[in-house]
Design a protein around this ligand. Structure first.
Ligand code: SF4
Length: 350
């Protein structure tokens, strides 16, 4: 068998085989992150990636190229490896996006894995996200690599030790400056030309018992209140025409022993309010992380509150789901997004 493969690869048929491989790259769909949108762009009618001999395909066993589209997490690392192992040889890997290179904007995320730690990578395409042109150029480069014989075309699987003995993972470097007591401010004022915003601020000051009302950008207003006052503030906003909660967010500030809980309100029904987001936020002590749920008043807050509960352990009193894990698997450690969450040993690929 090996002789036959050597004959096909290196004998008179070698150039024909390379030529065929070069123009028959079938990238498997493995969309993990936002870079996937650029991949779709590259293969849609505008750029038409198919014209350079590559077409996305749905089944790993009939593909020969993985384009890793951005971030790979611990969970997805296993999927990436299994997909790669299912693909027939010769097979190639392109990694696109800053996340796949060095972690990108998740550079210090506890859950990030470098794709090159999991599968052999032929080509990296930097950018966040890389443009469709860059992706197509990456595919063209890979094609050139196939012709020159540099690419891995062996029928023998390259050995990548993943268990004890494998190269220890180098943790990302810390940022250049780390403040022991970082100031976390969600109401930094910004000078913008926004007449409607000025009027809105006046109205909010008149109607809401706020500690501060700040324009933080065009169409953005931050309103600081006491935590028990959040439901009343929400009622006032509803009366003004804000009809849904767009986002619920928790910021952990351990050096001040508090969480900041934010509700972002906007409107689908009042035209002038549609682009506006009002952030009602309050400080919540870390040792008593409780706020009153807005799920009954604003149904869109329900799922978001459950998410924040699972990630940070903030209790949203009155939310029917609070108290049990909704998003995370039952055996996941508690509150993984708290700043003091301890990382487990690296056991992400079996
Ligand atoms: S590199 Fe940028 S676009 Fe790509 S997955 Fe990461 S964050 Fe998203």
């Amino acid at each position: 068998m090996d002789e036959f493969i050597d004959f096909v690869r290196g004998g008179p048929l070698g150039p024909i085989k390379k030529w065929g491989t070069r123009w028959s790259l079938w990238p498997v769909h493995l969309v993990t992150a936002c870079c996937g949108a650029e991949l779709a762009h590259a293969f849609a009618c505008g750029y038409d990636g198919e014209r350079i001999g590559a077409l996305n395909y749905g089944i790993a066993r009939q593909t020969n190229l993985i384009i890793v589209e951005g971030a790979i997490t611990r969970k997805m690392a296993r999927v990436l490896r299994i997909t790669w192992e299912q693909m027939p040889d010769p097979k190639f890997v392109i990694v696109m996006g800053a996340c796949g290179l060095q972690g990108g904007l998740f550079w210090n995320g506890y859950h990030m894995v470098k794709p090159s730690d999991v599968v052999p990578v032929d080509f990296f395409i930097p950018g966040c996200p890389p443009t469709p042109e860059a992706l197509l150029r990456g595919i063209r480069q890979l094609q050139d690599k196939i012709i020159t014989g540099e690419a891995k075309t062996s029928a023998t699987f390259p050995e990548i030790p993943l268990e004890p003995g494998r190269k220890p993972r180098v943790l990302p470097k810390s940022p250049k400056k780390v403040s022991k007591a970082p100031a976390v401010l969600v109401n930094v004022p910004k000078q913008v030309e926004w007449d409607f915003g000025e009027k809105l601020v006046e109205e909010l000051r008149a109607k809401i018992e706020a500690k501060s009302v700040t324009i933080t950008g065009k169409n953005r207003i931050a309103v600081k209140v006491e935590r028990d006052y959040i439901p009343k503030a929400a009622l006032k906003l509803r009366d003004m025409g804000f009809d849904h909660v767009k986002n619920v967010n928790v910021v952990d500030v351990p050096n001040e022993d508090k969480f900041i809980v934010e509700y972002h309100f906007s409107s689908y029904s009042v035209k002038e309010l549609m682009p506006v987001i009002v952030n009602i936020f309050a400080d919540v002590p870390r040792d008593e992380p409780r706020v009153k749920s807005l799920a009954k008043m604003f149904p869109s807050a329900d799922y978001l509150e459950r998410e924040m509960h699972d990630f940070f352990g903030v209790v949203f009193e009155g939310n029917p789901w609070t108290g049990r894990k909704f998003l995370l698997a039952p055996d996941t450690p508690e509150y993984p997004l708290r700043k003091d969450f301890k990382l487990e040993e690296e056991v992400y690929v079996r």
